[in-house]
Design a protein around this ligand. Structure first.
Ligand code: GDP
Length: 163
């Protein structure tokens, strides 16, 4: 990868997981929404010399049939951690089995770590069965999208995957 490279990142996580807040932390400038199309929210942010085209697909079942059409050149998968309203490990496994996502690195943000009620990252990793992912690089990153803590570390991991 070279600076200025464009990456396509698929961001998974149901409503309220903190996706919008996370995007704002990653962005070095105003987040621009490219095209809201068929339930996808595509946002473009500049971060660490990369242009990240982030497909916020929210994990909604209704739009999943359309995924295949768009996932062709995905560089990275980013998911929010396990919480009652976030993807179950079965759902995550099902999604990542998608042919076009084979081998694509997976970063899971265990978000909202500033809350005492947040599940620790290790617990989330276990809950999502991340150890089962043998054919791709994966990483769990504790963070608070609200304070920004840990977001940078996640971004550093992303940079390493694509260099
Ligand atoms: P989205 O639906 O996934 O885009 O979620 P949002 O980014 O809109 O966040 C949903 C709510 O969770 C908002 O009230 C955020 O302020 C809050 N939130 C997001 N990230 C964090 C976090 O790290 N810590 C705390 N305490 N709240 C957060």
């Amino acid at each position: 990868g070279s600076p200025g490279q464009e990456l396509r990142i698929v961001l998974l996580g149901l409503d309220n997981a903190g996706k919008t807040t996370l995007l704002k932390q990653l962005a070095s400038e105003e987040v621009s929404t490219i095209t809201p199309t068929q339930g996808f929210n595509i946002k473009s942010v500049h971060s660490h010399g990369f242009k990240l085209n982030i497909w916020d697909i929210g994990g909604q079942r209704a739009v999943r049939p359309y995924w295949r059409k768009y996932l062709g050149s995905t560089d990275l998968l980013v998911s929010q951690g396990l919480c009652p309203r976030v993807l179950s490990w079965q759902e995550l496994a099902e999604l990542t089995e998608e042919e076009s996502l084979l081998g694509v690195p997976l970063l899971v943000f265990a978000n909202k770590q500033d809350l005492v009620t947040a599940a620790p990252a290790a617990e989330i990793a276990e809950g999502l069965n991340l150890h089962m992912y043998r054919d791709r690089e994966w990483q769990i990153q504790a963070c608070s999208a609200l304070s920004g803590e840990g977001v940078q570390d996640g971004m550093n991991w992303i940079s390493k995957q694509i260099m």
